[in-house]
Design a protein around this ligand. Sequence first.
Ligand code: UT7
Length: 336
Amino acid sequence: MIKNAIPLRIAGVGYSVPDTIVTNNDLTKLYETSDEWIYTRTGIKERRMVSGNQDAVDLGYEASKKAIEKAGISVNDIDMVIAASSAPPRLYPTIGCLMQAKLGIPNNIPAFDITAACTGLIYALSMARAYISSGICKTILLVATDNNTRLLDWEDRSISILFGDAAGAMVVTASDDGQDDVIALDIRSDGSIGDMIEFPLLGQNCPLVEPCEERKSKIQMNGKEVYKFAARTVPQFVSDMVEKAGLKPSEIDYLVPHQANLRIIQAIQERLGYSDEQVVVNIEKYGNTSAASIPLALAESVEQGKLKLNSTAILCGFGAGMTWGGAIVRLREGIC
Ligand code: UT7
């Protein structure tokens, strides 16, 4: 395990969800489905969706403001913005740049996006660790925000039932007391099975080359294969990460998993031998919110008093790419 040269502090966390709630019963107006089918297979009862002009940038802005406030810093302290999104409103300007402008962060720092789908927050945290531990940056804003409901095919009942919109944010700084809040972190990918979940940017060839018809981009997923991949890979990966960190699962207080499917969460829980009280689950209310899923689950469960701070937690996620990753983190008092 690589030891951080400069230790990291997780200084603040925040989240934001849109107001509009769409229940499983509402979806029966679009296609033949039922609350029972969706709930028993996924654990989802309802999800939040943006409306009007609201988008992932607006959600990310609200989540970031809360994380910045909790961290007790000013926007002038931020020396990098990393946005993680697989459903941005536009490819460019990036969410990172738009967030910089919207939050009034000075323009002499880098801001950019990364795409690691539902593992986005863990990937972003690993980049923040590299920049902070090497001394290049002191304070980094991570924004994980996704607006998948605009990229779905609303005639495809096997995929569109799963997703919701949300944002989560985290402020990470150089630790001033020598304590490292990132105890372990591991990210992985396997591009050879990338076709399990795709969002192709189709576009059109030049009409001088060939006549072309308009093609609409939408999220495509082989749900069964993704399920099998996640159930096979993620529980083993998480328990290996704990072991490699020289810890026993019993020495870590909570599991905050990506909320994609309740059955996959339960498989990880079983592998670690955790009680229900130790596992953060909010999939029932929000569905799969991609990159936002982990920070949303973390910040909301603290707000509701289900997750007590001054504790440790395993964050873990998986998604398109295929990507997966995890982090064992210390959660200090006051982060949200
Ligand atoms: O962040 C990573 C994102 N992705 C995931 O985590 C997805 C993981 N995969 C899953 O959660 C599950 O594969 C799904 C919930 C997406 C689907 O469950 P499944 O048990 O794999 O269902 P299926 O796609 O194999 O479909 C079974 C049946 C089919 O009918 P037939 O062919 O057996 O007659 C489907 O047409 O269920 C039907 N079906 C539905 N029925 C009612 C598919 N979607 C629906 C629906 N309502 N919404």
